[in-house]
Write a protein that binds this ligand. Structure first.
Ligand code: ATP
Length: 245
């Protein structure tokens, strides 16, 4: 579904992503793990068109997208949930969701949009209870659910999630991971998941890539990565949490 070939990204002279190649197949959850500054967010922002790769190719469903603008990339079926959630805090929960579907209005699809809002509320009932409240008043976990719901309102075929567990209490982040797993299991979503919480990410994913200083240093099935000594030492050693599916 998604193929990255030899992607290089720079910020001025800083070479943040170095010759990264990876792929995501339809229906997979693929984890991209790595420490601070490894280049994970840069890579997601490059896929969604917010940052331009200097070299390399990004192919989504057979079409090259690395020269397309972000709005075109959303239309072609990729939605990103940004790091730190970034919901529109002064707006209501419902309006945040509606904004996620803005490009669909031009097609006169407002009744299907209303149906989708109700589906998001069915998936995250806590949001339904707060539909008229300001998003800024939600807890961190609720804002993460809203950010995921907003991305789903674009009806993506590929969902990019940037550190959904960041800043959340362990129990709340586990609930978010369970929701991500359900998205794939029950809705058939395809997910590229960036996480520093390697153990939880590998538990719910099918395959993974480990990024270190901009390079992919190990890749494999999530089970293989969990058993890899280097990955265990560097990324799993001190984490005590686990996700029960
Ligand atoms: P984190 O988990 O801490 O967000 P990350 O793996 O997502 O880390 P990136 O944020 O992609 O890493 O950063 C990759 C590298 O690019 C780092 O060296 C970072 O300092 C650098 N970088 C990121 N954004 C910029 C920017 N706007 N300008 C200059 N350098 C940047």
């Amino acid at each position: 579904m998604l193929v990255l070939k030899n992607i290089d990204v720079f910020y001025g002279n800083v070479h943040a992503v170095k010759k990264v190649s990876l792929h995501v197949d339809q229906g997979e959850i693929v984890a991209l793990i790595g420490g601070n500054g490894a280049g994970k967010s840069t890579l997601l922002n490059t896929i969604s068109g917010l940052i331009r790769a200097r070299r390399g190719e990004i192919i989504f469903e057979g079409r090259q997208i690395n020269k397309q603008k972000p709005d075109k990339i959303v239309k072609s079926g990729i939605s990103q949930v940004p790091e730190r959630r970034l919901v529109f805090k002064p707006l209501s929960v419902e309006d945040n969701l509606l904004l996620g579907s803005y490009h669909r209005y031009s097609f006169g699809k407002s009744s299907s949009i209303a149906r989708d809002v109700e589906e998001i509320f069915a998936m995250f009932p806590v949001l339904a209870e707060r539909r008229k409240q300001m998003a800024g008043n939600l807890s961190g976990g609720e804002q993460q659910m809203l950010a995921i719901g907003r991305a789903l309102m674009a009806r993506p075929r590929l969902l990019l999630l940037d550190e959904p567990s960041m800043g959340l209490a362990p129990a709340v982040s586990q609930m978010i991971f369970r929701h991500i797993f359900k998205l794939r299991d029950e809705l058939g979503a395809t997910v590229l998941l960036v996480e520093q919480n390697a153990r939880s990410a590998l538990k719910i994913s099918d395959r993974g890539y480990v990024l270190e200083t901009g390079r992919v240093i190990v890749q494999g099935t999530s089970r293989e990565l969990m058993q890899n000594n280097d990955v265990q030492r560097a990324y799993l050693g001190r984490e005590q949490e686990s996700v029960s599916q």
